[in-house]
Design a protein around this ligand. Structure first.
Ligand code: ATP
Length: 336
């Protein structure tokens, strides 16, 4: 069953449409990420679903009920935002249970739920502390605990990890995903970070200029990007693009599919840069004014300026037409 249904959702600020006719569903227990560059409308979409902004057009249903005109508290959802305010003067325990207190849940039940949730997010030893005595990640977990303790099956999160360092982000990614699965929560999660999207999501909705560019699994987006925008946005380094020999569009090849050859390959160019990453190395090769990046295992003995050949399998080619849309049928890339 779909827990969230958004149909033709539109939000205009003056003449500018921040969200422009967006439609999608999120099923029960599914983790869906709204992904896209800054300004693409993903936060506005989430705020509309949360009820923090009224839409200009379109409808929103949650648990099968039309909530388009209801306030946030009537939507039966929990939210975690990047700048989620924890109350500095309340200890961790009260910060977590505050919402239940407001809703008139008895003290005995609050304590029981607190013990369980604090254990889930690993905050049990910190319940008596004030937020100022916590690390950023622990504070973030307070916000998360608040969302979980509400026991609302639908949770909205907007860039909840953006203030954390790389190690903590990684830990929290794993923790949030694990929690979501264990509790069977329906999650809609906004981020501009493709790694968060790829590692956490069951489904990714990629947005551009207020519209949906592609809606699919992480593997769909990586292996079958529908547009050159999607091919550039998902994957690090971004996909390499070469003009199709007959100028009918563009051929895309992932860095791991480009092979360096000592003899003449399909193309030959000169090594312009070498980035050693430990497990592998990114070698950029200049060819006809373009920089093509190949990922090779381990270290590379190549030197800048050296001439190398580049080769790839036909099956690794992604074909896009002049409108930058994926071509359903691949055209052969001839030797050039
Ligand atoms: P970011 O990752 O930077 O938060 P985003 O994809 O979440 O970006 P939104 O915050 O949804 O983008 O904004 C989408 C567009 O709408 C932007 O161009 C933004 O400037 C505009 N916008 C958002 N809120 C308002 C507002 N209250 N008034 C006017 N314009 C707004």
């Amino acid at each position: 069953m779909s827990e969230i249904t958004v149909a033709n959702l539109t939000k205009a600020f003056g003449p500018h449409k921040a969200v422009d006719g967006v439609s999608f569903t999120v099923s029960s227990g599914e983790f869906v990420v709204l992904l896209g560059p800054s300004g693409c409308g993903k936060s506005t979409t989430l705020r509309l679903i949360a009820g923090l902004e009224p839409p200009s057009a379109g409808s929103i249903s949650i648990h099968g009920h039309d909530v388009t005109r209801l306030g946030p508290s009537q939507r039966q959802i929990s939210m975690v935002f990047q700048s989620y305010a924890v109350f500095p003067h309340l200890d961790v325990a009260r910060n977590i249970t505050f919402g239940l207190e407001v809703r008139g849940v008895s003290k005995a039940e609050r304590q029981q739920r607190l013990a369980r949730v604090a254990d889930i997010v690993g905050l049990t030893p910190y319940l008596a502390r004030k937020p100022g005595q916590l690390s950023g990640g622990q504070r973030q977990r307070v916000a998360l605990a608040r969302a979980i303790i509400s026991e609302r099956p639908v949770c909205l999160m907007d860039e909840p990890l953006s203030n954390l360092d790389a190690k903590l982000r990684h830990e929290m990614r794993v923790e949030i995903r694990e929690l979501q699965q264990r509790l069977g929560m329906t999650m809609l999660y906004v981020t501009h970070d493709q790694i968060e999207a790829m590692t956490m999501a069951d489904r990714v909705i990629l947005m551009k200029d207020g519209r949906i560019e592609q809606d699919g699994t992480p593997a769909d987006l990586y292996e079958r990007p529908r547009t050159m925008f999607a091919a550039r946005f998902v994957g690090l380094p971004p996909m390499n693009f070469i003009p199709a020999p007959d100028e009918s569009g563009t051929v895309g090849i992932r860095a791991e599919d480009l092979k360096l050859t000592s003899g003449a390959g399909r193309l030959s160019g000169s090594v312009a840069g070498i980035e050693y990453l430990g497990a592998d190395t990114l070698v950029s090769v200049e060819w006809q004014g373009l920089s093509l990046i190949a990922r090779v295992a381990g270290a590379s003995l190549l030197k800048r300026g050296e001439t190398v050949g580049l080769s790839w399998d036909d099956a690794a080619e992604h074909h896009f037409d002049i409108r930058e849309q994926r071509r359903p049928v691949a055209r052969q890339f001839e030797h050039v």
